[in-house]
Design a protein around this ligand. Structure first.
Ligand code: ASP
Length: 591
């Protein structure tokens, strides 16, 4: 071994000891005849001092530049009083350098590493190997490793087996597009990369493995709106002979243990909330419970009003009219309200009605709003009472199709919570349960809300009779408005699985062709089973406070699903394509 210690591990207890460090020159300073080198490795920095008495070493220290790779031998000594740096793990000591060896030189890096630099993300990703040297990035990857190791330990201790499943496989319907890989040995046929190990983990239950986990790569070719990656990592879990509450209890314990161990945070017990309640009160199936604002339904007060914008949705069974009270919001300037109106339009809202409550005692006179004139005073008062409006508040309204209102006001609620700094605590976990089995598409057809292997709460007959009303045995773990994980009890009977496929409009042939192996497995002794999967990247993002999942993935793709460092995806030469039996529609551009 070349080094005796990591730089960041040096402290007072090592005073007078000789150490050897290996790392990168972070900074070089010349101070009245002595040279200071800050040496950096993954654990942190150490300051090494070179005196002119050791002439050769001193001369070499004078020549090294940023990012040279060096090996230093020297003696640890306390820093002189006044020179202690409390911001540095090794800030109470320094190393008096005896020898210095340059292991490799480095060109001037494309961006400075010694402070937070606002170079564009593209540049950082292109030189990711340098970007990851930044202490901030190293800290995130180290935390990620601690997280996976804590999780593995918990699952190992609870009798879970780590089993790998194939990457070259068939489509798994999780609602995204597949990444396809052409087969050379089966011309014209393609593998799909797994959107999740869902079917394999269920088959492992049929095989009797009882408790499975895998830290698994999943691939989804989605339009990369928001913060998604084409390949991402799941902590994938499946169990047999456990019910919802067992599985939720077990995995809640895992997350609670993880937060305690890694962040020293004691999470509260996770409340359970039905999907319906979450949508009604928060307009979201992943409510951020740190935020005290709530949506309140008021359609019943507005069916008769002489204002189509309200009365229309209020009378429509698929419509919704909801109010959102913002304490103290009456002082909001017009400009800010306009900005929020623009914001909700992203979600399809055609406007954002509001009432400023200046002085309730004055009745309608005390309200400031373009819409009060349309609403009878009794109804107005019922609405204001229902939302708990007091002087100084503003009440926003959404009226439209249910989905639009929930999404628009749900998003506005989140934005207001951040803008007005309303969050009441740091961590707010919960379970969302009682999801609908299906979602209705615009053409009336149904899509599985989770995936088609999720068990319903009802019998196959009831399911067929009224699929729209059926609830599933699914559960999502939500933290601070982010879905950390989700899963369900699965269908373990063939007839039920076929009923669900039927409802989804998958023909008998297609069922056989795509899922024949699953239907077979359900015939040969499938135990009751269920599980869930956590999104590791999002979990790490929340725990590190990172702004994007790209910040916690060593080598992420850009928003357009490319790797700017390796230049992937890349062109393939004609021979390789011929072997794969592929002819391109357009010739790839020759670079
Ligand atoms: N396979 C599901 C997913 O990827 C998780 C699960 O149901 O276990 O979201």
């Amino acid at each position: 071994m070349m080094r005796t210690h990591y730089c960041g591990q040096l402290n007072e207890t090592l005073a007078d000891q000789e150490v050897t460090l290996c790392g990168w020159v972070h900074r070089r300073r010349d101070h009245g005849g002595v040279i200071f080198l800050d040496i950096r490795d993954r654990e942190g920095l150490a300051q090494v001092v070179f005196d002119p008495d050791r002439e050769d070493t001193f001369a070499l220290a004078d020549r090294v530049r940023s990012e040279y790779v060096v090996k230093v031998r020297g003696k640890v000594r306390p820093r002189p009083a006044g020179a202690v740096n409390p911001n540095m793990a090794s800030g109470a000591i320094e190393v008096l350098g005896y020898d210095l060896e340059v292991l490799n030189q480095a060109e001037t890096p494309p961006f400075p590493l010694d402070e937070y630099s606002d170079v564009g993300e593209e540049t950082r990703l292109r030189f990711r190997f340098i970007d990851l040297r930044r202490p901030e990035m190293a800290a995130k990857l180290k935390l990620r490793s601690r997280i996976t190791s804590s999780i593995r330990r918990y699952l190992d201790d609870n009798g879970f087996l780590d089993v790998e499943t194939p990457i070259l496989t068939r489509a798994t319907p999780e609602g995204a597009r597949d990444y396809l890989v052409p087969s050379r040995t089966h011309p014209g046929s393609f593998f799909a990369l797994p959107q999740s190990p869902q079917l394999f983990k269920q088959l492992l239950m049929v095989s009797g493995f009882d408790r499975y986990y895998q830290i698994a790569k999943c691939f989804r070719d989605e339009d990369l709106r928001a913060d998604r990656q084409p390949e991402f990592t799941q902590i994938d879990i499946e169990t047999s002979f456990l019910d919802e509450s067992d599985i939720m209890g077990l995995t809640e314990g895992m997350i609670r243990g993880l937060f305690k161990e890694v962040l020293d945070v004691d999470l509260t017990d996770f409340p359970h909330m039905s999907w319906d309640e979450a949508m009604r009160r928060y307009g979201s199936d992943k409510p951020d419970l740190r935020n005290p604002l709530e949506l309140v339904d008021v359609a019943d007060q507005l069916t008769e009003v002489d204002f189509k914008v309200f009365s229309g949705p209020a009378s429509d069974p698929k419509g919704r009219v909801a109010a959102l009270r913002v304490p103290g919001g009456a002082s909001m300037p017009r400009k800010q309200i306009d900005d929020y109106t623009k914001y909700v339009s992203i979600y399809g809202a055609k406007g954002l009605a509001y009432i400023k409550v200046n002085e309730r005692a004055k009745g309608v006179e005390g309200l400031q709003s373009p819409i009060v004139k349309f609403i009878p005073e009794d109804n107005l008062n019922t609405i204001l009472d229902r939302v708990g409006a007091v002087d100084g508040d503003i009440v926003f309204f959404g009226a439209d199709k249910e989905k639009i209102v929930s999404e628009a006001l749900g998003a506005l609620r989140i934005k207001l919570g951040h803008d007005l700094e309303l969050l009441t605590c740091e961590w707010a976990p919960l379970w969302v349960v009682d999801f609908p089995m299906f979602e209705e598409n615009d053409d009336g057809s149904l899509t599985a809300l989770h995936h088609p292997f999720t068990a319903p709460k009802c019998s196959p007959e009831d399911l067929k009779g009224n699929p729209q009303a059926a609830l599933s045995r699914a559960y999502d773990m939500v933290l601070n408005g982010t879905e950390l994980g989700g899963g369900s009890i699965r269908i373990h009977r063939k007839d039920m699985q076929q009923s669900v496929f039927d409802i989804l409009g998958i023909s008998a042939e297609e069922q056989q062709e795509k899922f024949g192996f699953l239907l077979d497995a359900l015939k040969y002794g499938a135990p009751p089973h269920g599980g869930l999967a956590f999104g590791l990247d999002r979990l790490v993002m929340l725990m590190t406070g990172a702004q994007s999942i790209r910040e916690v993935i060593a080598f992420p793709k850009t928003q357009s699903a490319a790797c700017v460092m390796t230049q992937a995806p890349g062109a393939v030469d004609a021979k390789a394509l011929r072997e794969l039996n592929i002819r391109l529609r357009e010739q790839p551009k020759v670079e």
